[in-house]
Design a protein around this ligand. Sequence first.
Ligand code: CTP
Length: 403
Amino acid sequence: MNLFQNKTIVLGVTGSIAAYKAATLASRLHQLGAHVHVAMTDAATHFITPLTFESLTHRRVLRDVLALGADSEIEHVSFAKRADMVLIAPATANTLAKLAHGFTDDVISAICLDTRAPILLAPAMETGMWENAATRDNLKILTQRGMFLVEPNAGHLASGASGKGRMAEPQEILDAARHVFARDGSLAGKRVVITAGGTREAIDPVRVISNHSSGKMGYALAEEALSRGANVSLITSVDELPNPYGAEITRVVSTQDLYDTVLGEMRGADVLIMAAAPADFRPASMADRKIKKEEMAEWNIELIRNPDILGEVARVRANDPANAPRVVVGFAAETNDLIQHARGKLERKNLDMLVANPVPQTFGSDNVKATLLFKNRNEMDLQPMTKENLAEVIFAQVEKLLK
Ligand code: CTP
């Protein structure tokens, strides 16, 4: 779900070397379909020119607190009213001080004092300024008044020093902005537990049994749930994908880890989506040192069954429904007789919905063909689509099941 489409965003750029990153931010927001109006302080124009932003956003930059717009309305008043969000990136220590004390001597602080839209701050400054009691107090005032903050990172500063104060990267700021928009989404207040990735079962300290699941579907589901305002717990075995911003992440390795974590996390959850591909079997024992190939001509590994997580969830739902999620969704990856196997799983595991995918086509790919099966309804056969779009379709159905 693209929460930026058609949103009016005032991007305030103040006088810091990090202003160059605001160009990427303006461009990304524009590409996401937002109406981006950049406002700059005089100091900011020493670091980056208004022409850069005007070229990227196709809109005139606001600079003058006394300027009149085309309709003869004071410009900062008009933008304070029209904004869906005011995002200040970079926000200098001076700007934070002005906002905390209600000054309006530049176009950005004037918009901030007047607007009812959420304000998101992405500070950038030297570590000394960031740690100074004056800045700490100002930020406390601002966040207590309801302004949102995307904290600076620690690292190399333009001065050559190293410490906290580097403005967050454009992607982190976009994620934080999405989080702000999502807070009154259709799943606000709901807790959603999602599992992702294939589990790994150790044979010895270096070898594992695993499968081809990439985890991308689970991550796309987590992003979608976050965009709808849910509190998301993502239980994952994947290290390669970026953490979805705002999700609570638990890393697991084996099916037994996943089992223990899911059964703990599902208490108090509204929705559980098992997009993970847990290994059904594990070696009966794990060697405590690396097995050397000289030691054996061939190697027969005895495998024993892992617990069936959804099977246990179904048992808890039947015996103790207060401690189980209201909606449970499973996945089935099948090489043959897809619908027949999927229907059997839906019933056996007492699922509200099952997403059936043909494999190997689905593993690792960005596009999927899926059929959705429900308890008392006909199945929905979907056209091939991206995992992001499938996540949207799945959550549209989950929301119906929650009603
Ligand atoms: N699953 C589970 N616990 C397992 C294995 C799978 O909860 N030990 C979940 C998966 O996350 C998925 C669903 O059950 O949501 C179906 O997984 P799948 O491996 O297709 O089903 P199995 O019941 O293991 O059946 P089989 O492997 O025999 O096809």
